[in-house]
Design a protein around this ligand. Structure first.
Ligand SMILES: *Cc1c(COP(=O)(O)O)cnc(C)c1O
Length: 392
């Protein structure tokens, strides 16, 4: 039988992170004790008070039916209340909040809801690979906004060509940032909103790591910018903040017209998330965030250890104020790929080459903080052993 596969799928490279999982399996089958710092997800469990609600609510037959297409009003109200409490931002839960089945689908769907074939989307480079693939799926054109260390990994809109600015319909931002771990102050969002307004562009901030922050740093929301709702939306996720990656729950908030377009598109694709999951997630957002702080302390302590050691070893990196990543420069003489391969083959350590996030990631690798401190000690030992032959 002849098999038909669409060009759009045929032309999609494999999801970058699934490739690394294959390599890991091959090595483990050979008996190598692989330490995987390539995973972009927290390893800690979901806090107990959250899954207790899921268990209780799952027992009620009334919760077994379809949710509203837009998500339960209870969850959307909890999102609105969260924005009021944490950012001082007012949101109408009926029109300015939409439940997502994880923010990843929201990224893909917001692109399809906003752009036409051939339209330009401005993407952070390095950036989360789903943005680029989402543009590909919508038949759009990606234009990279280079994010470089000298600039603190914030966009320099002046560097865009006039046509790129004119043809653009959407701009993606992601702070706190994956993979660079960059954090910003509200000013960066003010500039983005101004740029979006001037050029008739919708700005999207992906805030997957909004609560994963260290010390006194508090990540701002793009909606805190005056008038942001005219031109901006924000994607939110419970995956990283509450260790709920497998639950598939997130939201999109902000501009009514964009939210409505995404809702219309999604109502023809999915029927929102399981009601007990939305109830548990609502409780998470309404909580005092004690559990989030406890997790952040775990990540902060891992970060401190790895950050200190990497710099000692010669892998230059900055001390992050958030996320579960360290973005480190590879030693002289290496590329992202050659250094990642060396770590994998000679030290059994998986990191993600910076180029997996775009060409401006060249020269960097991303370390994820998703293993225990004991394992990080082992990582540090292996990294030190690795450089000995060179030092002689
Ligand atoms: C993990 C991640 C997501 C996806 O989160 P889900 O809500 O689990 O789909 C989105 N954006 C970035 C930058 C991420 O790292």
């Amino acid at each position: 039988m002849q098999m038909y596969i669409s060009d759009i799928v045929k032309n999609m490279p494999e999801y970058v992170f699934s490739e690394f999982q294959k390599k890991k399996k091959d090595l483990e089958e050979k008996g190598v004790d692989v330490i995987d710092l390539g995973i972009g997800a927290p390893d800690l469990p979901t806090p107990e008070f959250i899954y207790d609600i899921l268990v209780d609510e799952a027992k009620r037959p009334a919760n077994h039916r379809y949710s509203n297409y837009n998500g339960t009003l209870e969850f959307r109200q909890a999102v609105a209340d969260f924005y009021h409490k944490h950012y001082g931002v007012e949101l109408d839960p009926e029109t300015e909040v939409l439940t997502l089945v994880g923010s990843k689908e929201g990224i893909v769907h917001v692109i399809q809801a906003v752009i036409n074939e051939g339209d330009t989307v401005l993407l952070p480079d390095p950036g989360y690979p789903v943005y680029k693939m989402g543009v590909h799926l919508a038949g759009g054109k990606s234009v990279a906004i280079p994010l470089v260390h000298e600039n603190g990994y914030v966009p320099d809109y002046e560097k865009l060509a006039d046509e790129e600015r004119k043809d653009a319909k959407l701009l993606f931002l992601n702070y706190p940032s994956n993979p660079t771990a960059a954090t910003i102050e509200l000013e960066t969002f003010e500039q983005a909103v101004e740029f979006a307004r001037k050029n008739n562009i919708i700005a999207v901030n992906d805030s997957a790591y909004n609560l994963v922050t260290f010390d006194d740093y508090k990540a701002p929301s793009i909606l805190q910018v005056e008038g942001a709702k005219d031109v901006a939306v924000e994607l939110g996720s419970l995956s990283k903040s509450f260790n709920m990656t497998g639950w598939r729950i997130g939201f999109i908030v902000g501009n009514k017209d964009v939210i409505k377009a995404v809702a219309t598109l999604k109502s023809n694709i999915d029927t929102s998330q399981f009601i007990p999951i939305q109830k548990a997630a609502a409780a998470a957002l309404r909580s005092d965030l004690q559990a989030v702080r406890a997790n952040n302390n775990v990540f902060a302590s891992r970060m401190e250890k790895l950050y200190q050691s990497l710099n000692e070893i010669g892998l230059t990196c900055e001390r992050p104020r958030g996320t579960i990543f360290i973005w480190a420069q590879v030693p002289a003489g290496f590329t992202s790929a050659s250094y990642s391969n060396l770590l994998l083959e000679e030290a059994g350590i998986i990191v993600t080459p910076g180029t997996a996030f775009g060409s401006y990631g060249e020269g960097y690798v991303r370390f994820s903080l998703s293993v225990t401190e004991d394992r990080l000690d082992e990582v540090i030992r292996r990294l030190k052993d690795l450089r000995k032959p060179e030092a002689k």
